[in-house]
Design a protein around this ligand. Structure first.
Ligand code: DX5
Ligand code: ZN
Length: 216
């Protein structure tokens, strides 16, 4: 079954605990960490992740859009994240980092920006629990979905099948009622949605509707 991960980036940051509770029933809560270096935006860090993990029963899916991922990612596991995604463009030693995240007890995930191809990383896939294909340039919510990423999603799904891996395939950016079916058809099974969930009148209902759409 498809997993829907609402992105807290589109929520009201002054009411994070309530906003997290508003989407209980979602599979994971997606938390976008930005450092104003890897991306031109600044959001939140370890102390807020720690507080959020205590405020909700929904497991946290931390997406680190930060430089020096090798140094910081393990701290997000300690802060309570159940899954930690680092960008391959920001990691000096992705295999070592994925192993460290797993050893600390979280799911290890690696993200690719739109211009980063999957092919050079085929041999790393068994080290990961999830691969994230960005369907917008990372940095901001509410951007338009990049259709040109669909072939990369498809090729990645083929690699996962070829190697018989359990790896989850996540898409993030511009995922909505109008784009989720294309992503699912291309082979994604974990869907991040920010504005499509928090922009809706009933965020919990938006999560359920997206899940039904992705599963059809
Ligand atoms: C963008 C973030 C996304 C963002 C998605 O850099 O990684 O998680 O919140 O927002 P929407 O779903 O509005 O594109
Ligand atoms: Zn994200």
């Amino acid at each position: 079954m498809a997993q829907i991960n609402p992105s807290i980036l589109s929520a009201d940051f002054a009411r994070l605990a309530e906003e997290a509770k508003a989407v209980e029933g979602a599979d994971w809560l997606h938390v976008d960490v930005m450092d104003n270096h890897f991306v031109p935006n600044l959001t939140l860090g370890v102390p807020i992740v720690e507080a959020l993990s205590k405020a909700t029963d929904t497991p946290l899916d931390c997406h680190l859009m930060i430089e020096d991922a090798d140094r910081w990612a393990p701290q997000y596991v300690e802060a309570g994240a159940g899954s930690v995604t680092f960008h391959v463009e920001a990691a000096a030693a992705p295999v070592r980092l994925a192993r460290e995240i797993r050893a600390k007890g979280a799911r290890a995930s690696m993200a690719l920006k739109p211009a980063t191809p999957i092919e050079p990383y085929e041999d790393l896939l068994p080290e990961l629990d999830m691969l994230l294909i960005m369907t917008v340039e990372p940095g901001f919510g509410g951007q338009a979905f990049l259709d040109i990423m669909l072939p990369k999603i498809r090729r990645t799904r083929e690699l996962i099948s070829k190697h018989g891996l359990e790896l989850w395939l996540q898409v993030d950016g511009g995922v909505s009622a109008t784009t989720i079916e294309r992503c699912a058809e291309a082979g994604a099974d974990v869907f991040v949605a920010g504005s499509a969930v928090y922009g809706a009148e009933d965020p919990a209902q938006a999560v359920r509707a997206l899940r039904v759409q992705a599963d059809t």
